[in-house]
Design a binder for this molecule. Structure first.
Ligand code: NAD
Ligand code: ZN
Ligand code: ZN
Length: 353
């Protein structure tokens, strides 16, 4: 196969200052290092993390200027001299974990997201809101060639993250899980992964449109947190014995549900924290946590194996992301809608427009 032609310049969305906006401009195409690949990104999902990065919401500052994006699906167009298990022409995904050392005690036990040398796409290194992005070959997601790159892109963060969170919850088929933020990007995928894993789902979010979507994706019950008079009672009542869900996945970009979840989770249940609202704290009554034997855990993206498993659910047609596609040039408009909590499912950007 003839080597693909790689331009010297490309279109990208660049965060030039904390708080944004993103600037759509031409920037140089980089050359991959010995253990890296250059990916012609075709589509990239837009995660709320990208907005947190631009707004400087978190305790660790991102690089500046920054090209965000970490749900990039595309085609390998160049590779470094040490790369032999990824070929030019392969379809791959650029995910949040761009690279890790592969040698520390966390990497050795497949906990590479915990590696202190981890490189993060769209945060500590430039990500997928550009036409040509670089990633460590060891970490790119391997996407089968018959999989639609546009539809699969949100799996690369949202899918992997919620799939891992559900595994961390220990919930078993036949049990109940509450998905908080069920109408958003992670939430829409979580409802479907949970269903595919044999769980019953209670979706929590706001508005009728999100409610309809969440139910159509497979949730048994939907609770609107903006209109519910007693959210805790309603969530518990949605389970057949009234004792509450066995697990809770917290995906909301707001602190309040992090304080509420231990009130409605079933005794011996598990609360999984995934959403990362700015300056938020967890609070739970010690007495209840002890006497009801509640587990509270964090869950952070997934490792390479979780990635391939999450993609396998997609390949088998078990999860379908509700998404809308716009040109990369419209990224700021997506952020504006996201900030207002108006997005049902995910937005995907097409890097050719
Ligand atoms: P999103 O904006 O698409 O969805 C968030 C949803 O939460 C929205 O539908 C919103 O209406 C809903 N919500 C807000 N307040 C709520 C409340 N009180 N109760 C119930 N729902 C509420 O965002 P997203 O892209 O799905 O990301 C969600 C969060 O997950 C972000 O903070 C993101 O940074 C974080 N995240 C974490 C990881 C990880 O590895 N832990 C990975 C990816 C994203
Ligand atoms: Zn993400
Ligand atoms: Zn490491």
């Amino acid at each position: 196969m003839a080597a693909p032609e790689i331009p010297k310049e490309q279109w990208a969305q660049v965060v030039e200052a904390k708080g944004g906006p993103v600037v759509y401009k031409k920037i140089p195409v980089q050359t991959p290092g010995p253990d890296e690949v250059l990916v012609n990104v075709k589509y990239s999902g837009v995660c709320h993390t990208d907005l947190h990065a631009m707004m400087g919401d978190w305790p660790i500052a991102p690089k500046l200027p920054l090209v965000g994006g970490h749900e990039g699906a595309g085609v390998v167009v160049a590779k470094g001299s040490l790369v032999d298990d990824v070929q030019i022409g392969d379809h791959v995904g650029i995910k949040w974990l761009n690279g890790s050392c592969l040698a520390c005690s966390f990497c050795m036990q497949a906990d590479e997201p915990l590696c202190s040398h981890a490189l993060l796409s769209g945060y500590t290194v430039d990500g997928s809101f550009q036409q040509y992005a670089i990633a460590k070959a060891a970490h790119v997601a391997r996407i089968p060639k018959d999989v639609d790159l546009e539809a699969v892109s949100p799996v690369l963060c949202a899918g992997i993250t919620v799939y891992k969170g559900l595994k961390e919850s220990g919930a078993r088929p036949g049990q109940w899980v509450a998905i908080v933020g069920a109408g958003g990007g992670l939430g829409s995928m979580a409802v479907q992964y949970a269903k595919a894993m044999g769980l019953h789902v209670i979706g929590i979010d706001s508005g009728e449109e999100k409610g309809e979507s969440v139910k159509s994706l497979g949730a048994t019950a939907y609770v609107d947190f903006t209109t519910s008079k007693d959210l805790v009672a309603e969530v518990k009542a949605a389970t057949p014995d009234g004792l509450g869900p066995h697990a809770v996945l917290l995906l909301a970009v707001s602190e309040k549900p992090f304080q509420q979840a231990t009130e409605y989770v079933r005794s011996r249940g598990t609360v999984i924290c995934i959403g990362l609202p700015a300056n938020a704290y967890l609070k739970a009554p010690v007495f209840d946590t002890v006497l009801r034997m509640i587990t509270i855990k964090g869950s952070y993206v997934g490792n390479r194996q979780d990635t391939q498993e999450a993609l396998d659910f997609f390949s088998r047609g078990l999860v379908k992301v509700p998404y809308k596609t716009v040109g990369l040039s419209k990224l700021q408009e997506v952020y504006d809608l996201m900030h207002q909590g108006k997005i049902v499912g995910r937005y995907v950007v097409d890097t050719s427009k």
